[in-house]
Design a protein around this ligand. Structure first.
Ligand code: TYD
Ligand code: MG
Length: 461
């Protein structure tokens, strides 16, 4: 009888504990420890290679060598052909890598993968393992979306041992598991979807992928609170984790890299869900910037940097006299602390008091802005609403604000200005340090050093 070791694993941070506790000792989250039974029997551990020296998830032979000796040919990328997807992945899929695609049910993960892989299957062998939908459902969807169906191989299976058995015969270059939550591994007793099943199944499959040089794509559902069932449990095994999210109830989907060993994170890809499946949005600025023709107070456009490219987004602020003793500060798509800081700077260095006002600020289109480059724009949109003074529609503003009221330069200033000019903006208010030496075509650039100068501009225009 194989010995079974029982452990308790936190679903939030993946920390182990030998006994159950109400609170995780590591991350202090409550009620997140779940029982995890690790099989100690050799049969419960995958081994796809007779070479016993191969260890760990990567399953690589351990041999000391210098970095320059490492063979890089195997790291060639497989370009998926879907531009936004490739960009988020950092230029395509890397051989032998494990990629996790997360998202809410209905986000379009299966659709995105089906669309990508039906086309890729023409050049490479692809095995699509479905544990959720029947093969008929998938065939029907492929037919409806008018995808080539001749080359892609499809398998309905939830046992990872059978999957790797089949994969050894088929020898796919790309193996898709839809989804990891319904998989189960031999030797693990708990139900599919539990931490132990997800962890063991993913480890089993990753090991197969690394040892055979197969690209492994795992689909994972996120739970209501936005975390993947055991995200941290998976994160150390996989090479890249991307999230497909829908912003509100809109038909747009954003694809974002959370972790990527082969490229930049925070890269954003945008798709639209149409009746013919997911379609790339090559110019996302145009959707987040769907403005009415009339200039309105409180609305200001800024250029944020998303991964490797600029994107235009719009701030909307509403400032209104408070009817309660305690004024409200609501920031949607923006850090609330940042908003409070802007109001303090506005008061101290701009001489504008908002202590008796409710302040609401929103980033249009459901995007989240984490960049300090949006400071100046958010502050000006608040001021514009407070004074009920619209800014001309063809102005764009960016810059970081310091606590002393200075306007600080931000990275990639020139590219931001060029992006704004491309979208027909005529005037850019930017930090003085970002003002290009040579004029940029079709746009007037005004460099400001302090908040005062920026406010002066508003009074004068
Ligand atoms: P799906 O890929 O099944 O989501 P996931 O695998 O992430 O759970 O996407 C299904 C959703 O997308 C569903 O709500 C319907 C919608 N959809 C369309 O609007 N148009 C289409 O062409 C397809 C295939 C799906
Ligand atoms: Mg699905």
């Amino acid at each position: 009888m194989a010995k079974v070791k029982t452990q308790f694993v936190c679903t939030e941070c993946g920390a182990d504990s030998s006994k159950w506790q109400g609170q995780c000792g590591e991350c202090k989250a409550w009620n997140t420890l779940k029982e995890f039974r690790e099989s100690k029997s050799p049969a419960g551990r995958p081994n796809f290679d007779l070479d016993a020296r191969r260890q760990g998830y990567a399953g690589a032979t351990s041999k000391v060598q210098s970095l320059s000796e490492v063979n890089l040919d195997e790291q060639a990328r497989i370009v998926t052909g879907i531009g936004e997807f490739d960009r988020v992945l950092g230029g395509g899929l890397v051989n032998g890598s494990a990629v996790l695609i997360g998202g809410h049910p209905g986000a379009g993960k299966s659709t995105l993968l089906l669309q990508t892989l039906c086309h890729l299957a023409k050049q490479l062998s692809v095995l699509y393992v479905t544990g959720e939908e029947s093969v008929q459902q998938i065939a029907l969807r492929a037919q409806r979306l008018n995808l080539p169906r001749d080359d892609i191989k499809i398998l309905s299976e939830t046992n990872v041992e059978s999957i790797t058995e089949t994969a050894k015969e088929v020898q796919p270059k790309i193996l898709v598991i839809d989804s990891i939550q319904v998989m189960h591994a031999p030797g693990v007793e708990s139900a599919p979807g539990s931490v132990s099943q997800v962890r063991e199944s993913a480890a089993w499959l990753t090991r197969y992928a690394k040892q055979t040089g197969t690209v492994l794509i795992l689909v994972g559902h996120v739970t209501k609170d936005g975390s993947l069932a055991g995200p941290k449990v998976l994160e150390h095994m996989i090479d890249a984790s991307v999230m497909l999210e829908s912003s509100g109830d809109s038909r747009y989907r954003t694809l974002r890299a959370i972790k990527n060993r082969f490229g930049a994170v925070n890269e954003l890809g945008v798709f639209a869900m149409l009746d013919i499946g997911l379609k790339e949005v090559k110019n996302p600025s145009s959707i987040f910037l769907n403005r009415s023709d009339e200039a309105s107070s409180g609305s200001i456009v800024t250029v944020v940097w998303e991964g490797t490219r600029p994107m235009l987004i719009e701030f909307q602020a509403l400032v209104d006299g408070t009817s309660m003793g305690h004024p409200r500060r609501v920031a949607v798509g923006l850090d609330a602390n940042r908003l409070n800081m802007m109001l303090a700077i506005l008061n101290r260095h701009g001489g504008v008091f908002t202590g008796d006002q409710d302040v609401f600020i929103n980033v249009v289109g459901g995007v989240r802005v984490n960049e300090t480059a949006a400071d100046l724009a958010s502050l000006l949109s608040i001021l514009s609403s407070l004074k009920d003074r619209p800014l001309p529609k063809d102005w764009v503003v960016f810059g970081e604000l310091g606590l002393n009221g200075e306007v600080r330069p931000v990275p990639n200033g020139q590219e931001r200005i060029i992006e704004a000019a491309k979208h027909g903006f005529k005037r850019a208010v930017v930090p003085f340090g970002n003002k290009p030496k040579k004029p940029v075509a079709n746009i007037e650039v005004i460099g400001v050093k302090t908040l005062d100068e920026a406010l002066q501009l508003l009074r004068d225009y």
